[in-house]
Design a protein around this ligand. Structure first.
Ligand SMILES: C[S@@+](CC[C@H](N)C(=O)[O-])C[C@H]1O[C@@H](n2cnc3c(N)ncnc32)[C@H](O)[C@@H]1O
Length: 225
């Protein structure tokens, strides 16, 4: 139920111009410091679950990867297709809990990433996506995922809980929004993404406006042995 809520909200947001045109710096750093430098992976195939308007698949395509991805927002997926017309049929609008193999056929991915998406899913659904990601990833392939921390300013006003989710009433001069978010502690991250083996568990964040406080996310990078 929550996933439908966030999926519907995001479709509305994309129709109103939401979405970034540039890759976020932590994704560039994960690519440069771990995928390329540490693991020596410089191409292959990659998948972005919740690809949004395509900034990260475009970045990986520039690095020589063949990109694939899905998102629940039809508007976002059509923006991604327009960004990478040569791979347009690699991007699909998905249900909140898709069967990725049925949608994309067999893939042997070198990178499966999902940035700022999984916290809209409950733990059981996250495990379903992780299991699918594991099945789609080649041996030696990388899994990159972010989750929101309890230190994020969004979590300042928790007005209750609902299963795995915190009910957040976000109120600032810039943003007034209700959200259900699956917030995670650091020690919950590694088990959440098994059977991938943890390589690095970092974090990233920013604070731009005084009154909003810091945005904080865990950044997990795992590998399929
Ligand atoms: C905060 S945005 C992040 C977009 C993109 N990953 C990025 O890093 O720019 C969250 C994205 O998750 C998508 N989304 C939400 N629920 C989803 C689900 N169950 N499956 C796939 N995408 C989902 C939204 O449509 C939206 O594009």
């Amino acid at each position: 139920m929550n996933q439908k809520f966030s999926a519907t909200e995001y479709e509305k947001k994309y129709q109103q111009g939401y979405g970034v045109a540039y890759p976020e710096s932590h994704i560039i750093r994960v690519y440069k410091q771990i995928i390329e430098w540490e693991l020596g992976i410089r191409g292959g195939t990659m998948f972005d679950f919740g690809c949004g308007s395509g900034s990260h698949v475009k970045y990986f395509a520039y690095q020589g990867f063949v990109p694939y991805g899905c998102d629940t927002s039809e508007t976002a997926v059509s923006q991604t297709k327009a960004l990478l017309p040569q791979f347009a049929d690699h991007f699909k609008t998905s249900h909140v809990m898709p069967d990725l193999k049925a949608m994309f056929g067999p893939l042997e991915l070198n990178v499966f990433m999902t940035n700022q998406v999984l916290y809209y899913l409950g733990d059981a659904d996250i495990h379903r996506i992780v299991d699918q990601a594991y099945a789609m990833t080649a041996k030696g392939g990388v899994f990159v995922a972010s989750m929101m921390t309890h230190g994020c300013w969004y979590a300042r006003d928790v007005i209750g809980t609902e299963g795995d989710f915190s009910r957040l009433q976000i109120t600032s001069p810039r943003q007034t929004e209700f959200m259900l978010v699956n917030l995670k502690e650091r020690d919950e991250m590694e088990p959440l993404f098994r059977p991938f083996r943890k390589l690095h568990l970092g974090s990233y964040g920013w604070q731009i406006r005084d009154e909003e406080g810091p945005h904080e996310h865990w950044l997990y990078v795992g590998i399929k042995d």
